[in-house]
Ligand binder design. Structure first.
Ligand SMILES: N[C@@H](CCC(=O)N[C@@H](CS)C(=O)NCC(=O)O)C(=O)O
Length: 205
């Protein structure tokens, strides 16, 4: 079996690193320095024409998009380890949360970042767009908080859907957004971050 993760620190690839670490399967890491343009070289574009991390190559097949990667790794390696549901409604729930993490929640976080953060030139910032993104993030956190009122994890027990979302929720702290008022989200995040896989990644970076 050969499995390679094309990775850059402090990027969406952190999600896949956490998922792979939770699964405890052997993989190789190839560091891609985004600032040096290594995601846009001909050799990397041949693996992912979008020029983005994360990308994995599993036994010669290239898979990109972090959501697809989490679902693929989950169904391939996670079912026996109770980290991903077998095919059926529970798997549908896992897929729902993984897609929501990037599209609805991650989309709002991205809009806020683009309209407030230093890496985007100030003249491109739009205060109304930033405000609307803040409102969307708040809506998402309320949905998540309600979901976690009656259970410890998204599907009841810990799965890769929790790993995927934990990694994205980390972005909020980088952006100075306090989640302390969402008590259930806070408790969930604390438990997820205490897991050995999450801790192992923090020690490496
Ligand atoms: N939708 C993609 C987004 C991945 C993405 O935005 N990756 C960024 C890093 S966070 C990237 O590789 N950018 C390429 C570059 O900056 O050259 C996913 O979820 O995998």
């Amino acid at each position: 079996m050969s499995l390679t993760l094309y990775y850059s620190a402090m990027s969406t690839a952190e999600i896949t690193l956490l998922v792979l670490t939770e699964l405890g399967i052997p993989f190789e890491t190839v560091a891609i320095d985004l600032r040096k343009g290594e995601s846009k070289t001909a050799s990397f574009l041949a693996i992912n024409p979008n020029g983005m991390v994360p990308t994995i190559v599993h036994n010669g097949t290239s898979i990109w998009e972090s959501t697809a990667i989490t679902m693929y790794l989950g169904e391939t390696f996670g079912v026996d380890k109770n980290l991903y549901p077998s095919a059926g409604p529970k798997r549908g729930e896992a897929m729902k949360w993984i897609a929501w993490s990037n599209v609805t929640f991650g989309g709002a976080v991205n809009r806020l970042a683009r309209n407030t953060m230093d890496w985007v030139p100030k003249e491109q910032h739009n205060a109304a767009a930033a405000e609307s993104a803040r409102k969307s993030i708040d809506d998402c956190l309320q949905i998540l908080d309600r979901e976690l009122t009656s259970k410890d994890f998204l599907l009841g027990s810990y799965t890769l859907a929790d790993a995927h979302l934990t990694s994205l929720v980390d972005w909020l702290s980088f952006m100075g957004i306090d989640i302390a008022t969402y008590k259930h989200v806070m408790a969930w995040r604390t438990t997820c971050c205490a897991r050995p896989a999450y801790q192992a990644i923090q020690r490496k970076s």
